[in-house]
Design a protein around this ligand. Structure first.
Ligand code: DGL
Length: 251
């Protein structure tokens, strides 16, 4: 069976999810879209997010993709229902629920969730985690991080900004959730400031993926809605990978 899997995000972050998926499920044809034209998503309204999400879904539907990982917490927190309703034929994975499931019945007492403004506003992690564990949940919006990652800011700048965000929580939380797919790129810096268990979405979503036999050859298409050459360079610098990137014009 020809297995096509779509992975969408606002930019580079979702590529880490894609890489985790490829490790567990190499026999698939992956189509990745980074909607860099509209990034960062974290400051967008629900209406904008729905519009952007629907455009990407429409493209994947036309390409006969059966399964889609919305590798973007901001989209999941705000418009997952609407996207599922618009495309009931496709299996759309919820990255927030999957990430939270790693903390089922955890004994952690105080969990800090780092996410975008739009995810924090919806209290998406708070609501999901309350159902599965009794820890106190603190959600912190970190709007400066995604632009810094996309622009490949210097180590010093990143450390300074992270220090500002995290300083108030040193010694008072016992776990951190990276509630934005861009943030695992900064995992080591975060760990250096607060040395607690850090949870992200990458392996979680890859393992949650349904298993079925596929004879598809491993294929990878990476698209950006902005500038292909620029994204190619960004991936080289930030992720140290040399993936071909094409520009995608969406209606
Ligand atoms: N990486 C996305 C997320 O997980 C969106 C980040 C952004 O564009 O602000 O929320």
């Amino acid at each position: 069976m020809n297995r096509k899997i779509g992975v969408v995000d606002s930019g580079l972050g979702g590529l880490l999810v894609l890489e985790a998926l490829q490790k567990v499920h190499p026999q698939a044809h992956y189509i990745y879209i980074g909607d860099q034209e509209h990034a960062p998503y974290g400051d967008c309204s629900k209406e904008e997010l729905l519009h952007y999400g629907l455009r990407m879904m429409q493209y994947l539907y036309q390409r006969q993709v059966q399964e889609v990982v919305i590798a973007c917490n901001t989209l999941c927190a705000n418009v997952l229902h609407e996207l599922r309703n618009a495309y009931p034929q496709m299996h759309i994975y919820d990255i927030i629920e999957t990430t939270c499931c790693q903390l089922k019945q955890t004994e952690k007492q105080r969990i800090l969730v780092l996410a975008t403004h739009a995810t924090v506003q919806k209290q998406a992690y708070q609501k999901t985690l309350k159902k599965i564990c009794s820890a106190e949940i603190i959600e912190l919006a970190c709007p400066k991080l995604v632009p810094m990652i996309e622009e490949n800011s210097s180590q010093e700048q990143v450390q300074k900004v992270l220090q500002e965000y995290l300083q108030p929580y040193i010694g008072s939380v016992d776990a951190i959730i990276l509630g934005c797919t861009h943030y695992p790129i900064l995992k080591n810096y975060i760990k250096n400031i607060i040395d607690v268990d850090i949870f992200d979405s990458n392996e979680a979503i890859a393992h949650q993926f349904s298993f079925y036999k596929s004879d598809t050859e491993n294929q990878l298409e990476i698209y950006t809605t902005k500038d292909a050459m620029h994204m190619h360079e960004q991936i080289k610098k930030v992720l140290k990978k040399d993936y071909p990137v094409s520009k995608l014009q969406l209606d």
